[in-house]
Design a protein around this ligand. Structure first.
Ligand SMILES: [Zn+2]
Length: 201
């Protein structure tokens, strides 16, 4: 095998195991039936138990990717041993890196884009809006790009940037999917929309 074909095989393996664990988030969540109750991306989402549940679903699918990444890892090892070594090495490096980067969470690294605390915070804001200490008479908290604020009085209730929530992205499947690969679901400070939307307040 020439160096050139080895590089091609390595890149192919690397690419496959780069995409593979991210597929659940990219595919499952973009389907139509998954998003009927939410306004289209990138509109703000009104807070509701459905939204809290969505954050928990995204969190579950995120960790599913972690489990999924062990498949190319094992295939990679098998391929190094019995098959095409550069291909297997590509698979193995990429999924190994994915697993390591996700495991950083447990040693004080960055938190996942969707967490249990995030869901709890949403619930707290929602409860607060229904209580006597609400911001105005008819509060309607919604999650904008950079914070949760009340649609009626404009008060910022919680400063948490909105991660990707599985809605079909306005920039289409491919550009949106590519952006999702780059951001891994974390909130992006969007120059076009996020700033305009939030600077109005
Ligand atoms: Zn209000």
């Amino acid at each position: 095998m020439s160096l050139f074909t080895s590089v091609i095989y390595f890149s192919l393996g690397f690419f496959i195991s780069f995409i593979f664990p991210r597929l659940p988030i990219m595919l499952i969540t973009r389907t139509k039936g998954f998003n009927t109750t939410f306004p289209a991306h990138p509109e703000p989402i009104p807070l509701s138990p459905k939204l809290t549940q969505r954050v928990l679903h995204m969190r579950m699918i995120y960790w599913m990717g972690f489990v999924a990444s062990t498949i190319p890892l094992l295939f990679g090892l098998a391929s190094i041993k019995w098959g095409n070594a550069p291909f297997g090495f590509g698979l193995w490096i990429s999924s190994g890196w994915f697993i390591l980067s996700r495991m950083q969470t447990f040693v004080g690294g960055p938190k996942p884009p969707w967490t249990l605390e995030m869901a709890q915070k949403l619930q707290l804001v929602l409860d607060e809006a229904k209580s006597e200490s609400a911001c105005c008479i008819k509060p309607s908290p919604e999650w904008k790009m950079l914070s949760i604020s009340c649609n009626k009085c404009g008060k910022v209730l919680e400063k948490i940037p909105r991660p990707d929530l599985g809605r079909k992205r306005k920039d289409g499947f491919f550009a949106g999917g590519f952006r999702l690969l780059l951001t891994d679901g974390y909130p992006v400070i969007d120059n076009n929309l996020g700033d305009i939307e939030d600077s109005e307040e």
